[in-house]
Design a protein around this ligand. Structure first.
Ligand code: CDP
Ligand code: CDP
Length: 232
């Protein structure tokens, strides 16, 4: 592969889309190519959900979840173990890299992501991280709410069946015992809440480039997005 150097790539790139549409895989590869940092904001909402479960806080208790989101400390560091992780996720100093991806967290993360104070706290942190530019930021509301002035907005989509199949293969590859039907159901559940909430719902920004990857490999999506970047 010939990796062309792009003279003035967009400084801030937003990638949004539904669960398992390929955002973090594509976003990390694009960031590597550009030598940018990549922030997957889903990690932050997952961290809030994970901590709430561990502390026994009811995810439907808006006040307690909001207060938790305002005091939680989330650190993303270089991977300390070679167990398939891309990086470590520390919540209040403790390693929760895998806990945040558990089915229990999948089940409640969209519920905690609805609360205005939770979104406010996460949005503030995300804007602070994006301040210096040279960043690919991934989420649901990056192009619409968090960074509406992003230089390039990509909205990655794929059918729920394709997304479920990909996540299924991914989890099998990690040696997990998983059920395709349960994964698809969980994705539909999150998509519905993420798209239906009144604050910062999942949707493509008016100026986003929509990329449907149903029939594209990871490599093809990366090449396609790199061509869009080169044309900016
Ligand atoms: O990786 P996957 O697409 O399965 O999910 P994620 O990006 O890790 O996000 C987990 C959940 O966090 C989403 O289903 C949303 O409920 C929430 N989220 C959000 O509300 N806003 C964001 N910017 C990112 C994630
Ligand atoms: O971050 P998000 O939840 O949107 O998705 P992901 O975790 O990056 O991707 C979900 C799975 O789909 C991963 O195993 C990717 O390797 C895979 N994928 C794929 O097979 N083909 C694509 N065009 C995009 C993603």
């Amino acid at each position: 592969m010939c990796e062309q150097v792009i003279p003035n790539p967009p400084n801030i790139i937003a990638i949004d889309g539904p669960a398992a549409s390929g955002k973090s895989t594509i976003g990390n590869l694009i960031a590597n190519r550009l030598d940018y940092i990549c922030l997957d904001t889903g990690i932050m909402y997952r961290a809030v959900a994970c901590k709430a479960l561990r502390e026994g806080i009811d995810v439907f208790d808006a006040e307690k979840i909001s207060a938790l989101s305002e005091r939680i400390k989330i650190d993303i560091r270089h991977a300390s173990e070679e167990d398939g992780r891309q990086f470590d996720v520390l919540i209040d100093g403790a390693d929760h890299t895998w806990h945040i991806r558990s089915p229990e967290v999948n089940q409640v993360v969209s519920e905690v992501s609805v609360y205005p104070r939770v979104r406010g706290a996460m949005t503030e942190l995300q804007r602070e991280i994006a301040k210096n530019g040279h960043i690919v930021m991934i989420g649901r509301d990056i192009g619409t709410v968090v960074l509406p002035d992003a230089d390039l907005k990509i909205y990655l989509e794929a059918s729920v069946e394709v997304r479920a199949q990909r996540r299924y293969v991914e989890e099998l590859g990690r040696g997990k015992k998983v059920c395709l039907v349960d994964i698809e159901e969980s994705l539909r559940h999150r998509d519905e809440i993420d798209s239906g909430r009144s604050i910062a719902p999942l949707r493509a920004a008016d100026d986003a480039v929509i990329v449907n990857s149903d029939d594209m490999t990871v490599y093809e999506v990366v090449e396609h997005v790199m061509r869009i970047i080169a044309q900016r």
